[in-house]
Design a protein around this ligand. Structure first.
Ligand code: MGD
Ligand code: MGD
Ligand code: SF4
Ligand code: MO
Length: 685
């Protein structure tokens, strides 16, 4: 460090696909600039941020190691080895763009633009990072993508009942007296919410966790319930049964603000706690107690995020759960109701179309494919995809049924381009790899889904090497394709102003964060006013019939369930504090400190299979077979095993990953993935 180095600080917002969207402060040393310009020497939580309050997390505390990692991709690369082999040569941006544009022009001439698939995920949740590229794809008329790997199902399920996915501000749970964390691992995945929950607890709130895994959050709860995976709807129906039977319904609120109560009451009459107990594996007395607590303690908050949507009937889970607060009138109270992603509250200030510009489709309606069906799409011989651009997604780690994706990516006639910061498992299959900036190298705005603050992110240092942001990537692609539409070349700030028409962007930039509109008394639905046509909660939803779904909340068993051949239910959860999805596991201060991949099972199952801690087990189904060291634990139920997700192929002994085993069936509605309805066999190696 030079003695004369001058430092300054720059404010930003974490871009990761994480509900917390923490505020950060980067200290930049300008005097000691490297070839790539000034150096970021410290990245810390911003103490002024209302939600994250100065703390980051074990992933992002080491973000600068990521930024300055020797493993970063800093220049365009062209494949020289076989697909998947990972041998590349450095080329110039001019060469890379010429090759991409040349191939795409050929494909468009022979197969049409719908043979080109942009596959974009939320590796960077910035507005520009996520959405600006759509302008380019709309203009081209490329293949569309429907559904998502995360979030769409929870929103769609809740909206079936309430007309929108809107719930309460999670930080208002400080006012709750009962908090049910239902299929969410708050202390791991949403860590900055936990202090709010502890505040509520200090004032007497009870915290209940409902999860098939005894997670670190379950360990901290007052009471933990462990249903069999995918059976919660039965539990909810039995709760309704008890609430009705015991006169714990808020009839006044129900009459004023719901539709279909009598039908629901008749429907759940058969859902006795005894019946539900047999389905979900929870004792009758526990079901009775859960319902009684929920029917008698106020304010009562139900809190979910994403975990429970990863089932074939994931939308039904959220549709059913959303009925519960209506029955007990929980929406009346500050700190009562349903709390989930609050991303929908940002919609009030965000003009998405101004960013994505659907008008650039010029009346075309390109075919769409399901995002979770990547493997099926790439191996489809009827309407083959000829080229693929992956942006901010490590599909070979994150997408279900990975071995089918691999089969697709190995196709000789597929031209694959990957834009990322590292040579991920997915990049190993690319023909061209393009270098992406990290979040401290590009300016953007982040809309949070775990709190109500928009966050400004100012670039702290220039792009490293020849890296470009997602928006710059699409501007370069547009130029290479010879497109002249001015909207494709708009600068970042102009695009952000268009996307946030009512936000004073200069103020947001100066202050770092701004709260989006939310009812001042913190009771968004105290007097009804739901986004359904009637303004009421749809306990019975007739529109579902047209889609082939039951109009009342209904428990339906998953198509893939433990059987004689594959007797175990497999969960592949987020588990490591140093990982964020598919990111970080390859970095030295992350993966190695988490040990390595393993299969977890309870002692009784292990004993029966002749397995002990550290032994090698084979875990398999029709999709794949993996060899993994055994970890015997008491965190699961007999018959349920878990393989933590997020490790790359290179860290698994056989090059396969947790998702090589998982089910790529679509959810009932919402276009998500049934990752957690996967059945496997386990045996000693
Ligand atoms: N440290 C860390 N934080 C993260 C992430 C990360 O990878 N690491 N990822 C981020 C992302 S992208 C997201 S979407 C959020 C997700 O945040 P969460 O939804 O809180 O997390 P998940 O681990 O996906 O799922 C939560 C829980 O759902 C449980 N679950 C699975 N099936 C069922 C079921 O049938 N019933 C019930 N009741 N529970 C079930 C799982 O066992 C798991 O403990 O976390 C974000 N935060
Ligand atoms: N088995 C199993 N599978 C799952 C889940 C599970 O719980 N279990 N969870 C699912 C969920 S909830 C999610 S959200 C998905 C997430 O899956 P992914 O989207 O694959 O995960 P991330 O690690 O968040 O981000 C992917 C990539 O984005 C890159 N990236 C970061 N910033 C930028 C940028 O600015 N530009 C570009 N071009 N790249 C960037 C990172 O380097 C990383 O390689 O996985 C899903 N898959
Ligand atoms: S990953 Fe999540 S918890 Fe960590 S800094 Fe980013 S937003 Fe905060
Ligand atoms: Mo996610």
């Amino acid at each position: 460090m030079s003695e004369t180095a001058a430092t300054h600080t720059v404010h930003g917002t974490c871009h990761h696909d994480c509900p917390d969207s923490c505020g950060w402060v980067v200290t930049v040393e300008s005097g000691s600039s490297r070839a790539d310009g000034p150096v970021a020497v410290q990245l810390r939580g911003n103490p002024a941020h209302p939600f994250s309050q100065g703390e980051l997390c074990p992933k992002v505390n080491r973000f600068l190691d990521r930024v300055y990692s020797p493993e970063r991709v800093l220049h365009p690369l062209r494949r020289v080895g076989a697909k998947g082999e990972g041998r590349f040569e450095q080329i110039s941006w001019t060469e890379a763009l010429a090759e991409i544009a040349g191939r795409w022009a050929e494909i468009i001439a022979t197969d049409g633009a719908e043979a080109i698939l942009p596959y974009v995920s939320a590796g960077n949740q910035g507005l520009l990072a996520l959405m600006f590229g759509n302008r380019f794809w709309n203009h081209m008329g490329a293949l569309g993508v429907d559904g998502s790997l995360c979030g769409a199902v929870a929103g769609a399920g809740a909206a079936t009942t309430n007309g929108s996915g809107k719930g309460i501000d999670p930080s208002d749970m400080v006012h709750s007296k009962l908090i049910i964390l239902w299929g969410t691992n708050t202390r791991l995945t949403n860590r900055h919410l936990w202090p709010f929950i502890e505040q509520a607890r200090a004032k007497g709130a009870q915290v209940i966790v409902i999860d098939p895994i005894r997670t670190i959050t379950a360990e901290s709860a007052d009471w933990f319930l462990q249903p069999l995976p995918g059976t919660d709807v039965a539990l909810m129906l039995a709760m309704m049964h008890v609430l009705i039977r015991d006169g714990l319904i808020d009839h006044e609120w129900v009459a004023a603000h719901t539709i279909g109560f009598d039908d629901l009451a008749a429907h759940v009459a058969e859902w006795t706690p005894e019946r539900a107990a047999a389905t979900c594996g929870i004792a009758v007395a526990a079901i009775e107690r859960l319902a009684t607590l929920y029917g008698t303690i106020r304010p009562a908050a139900l809190r979910t995020l994403i975990g429970a949507e990863h089932h074939e009937h994931g939308a039904m889970f959220f549709r059913t759960l959303a009925c519960l607060p209506a029955l007990v009138g929980a929406w009346r109270d500050l700190g009562g109701g349903f709390s989930r992603s609050v991303g929908v509250w940002s919609s009030a200030v965000l003009d998405e179309g101004a960013l994505t510009r659907p008008d650039l489709l010029a009346g075309r309606e390109p075919r769409g494919v399901w995002m979770p069906h990547l493997g099926r799409v790439l191996t489809d011989t009827v309407a083959p995809v000829k080229s693929l651009l992956f942006v901010a997604v490590n599909a070979m780690v994150s997408v279900p049924n990975t071995e089918l994706v691999r089969e697709g990516l190995l196709r000789d006639d597929l031209f694959t381009v990957v834009h990322d910061q590292f040579l991920t498992d997915t990049a190993q299959y690319a023909d061209i790899v393009l270098p992406a900036t990290t979040h401290i190298e590009a300016t953007d705005v982040v809309t949070a889904w775990g709190h109500l603050y928009l966050g400004w992110n100012e670039a702290a240092i220039p792009p490293q090497g020849e890296a470009v942001s997602n928006s710059e990537l699409h501007r370069r692609l547009a130029a290479a394709m010879g497109y002249s539409e001015p909207l494709l070349f708009e600068d970042d700030i102009t695009a952000l102003r268009a996307a946030l028409p009512t936000i004073d962007l200069d103020r947001l930039r100066a202050e770092g964060f701004l709260r989006v509109p939310y009812p001042e008394d913190g009771r968004p639905f105290a007097d009804g006013g739901f986004a359904t046509p009637s303004g009421k909660v749809l306990l019975r939803c007739d529109a579902l019939a047209a889609e082939g779904h039951p109009v009342l909340p209904t428990y339906i068993a998953a198509g893939e369930a433990p059987s004689a051949e594959y007797p175990f239910a497999l969960l592949t959860p987020k588990q490591h504090t140093r990982f964020l999805n598919s990111s970080y596991s390859h970095l030295p201060k992350h993966g190695p400190l988490e040990g390595g991949p393993f299969v977890e099972l309870v002692a009784s199952d292990a004993e029966r299979l002749g397995l002990s801690d550290g032994a090698l087990a084979r875990v398999w189904n029709d999709r794949a077979s993996l060899e993994l060291p055994v970890r015997v634990s008491e965190r699961l139920r007999p018959g349920v095993v878990a393989v933590p997700w997020g490790w790359w192929g290179a860290q698994h002994a056989d090059g396969k990953v947790a998702n090589s085993l998982t089910n790529d069936t679509l959810t009932d509605w919402g276009g998500g993935v049934a990752y957690s309805d996967t059945a496997v066999a386990v045996a000693a190696v």
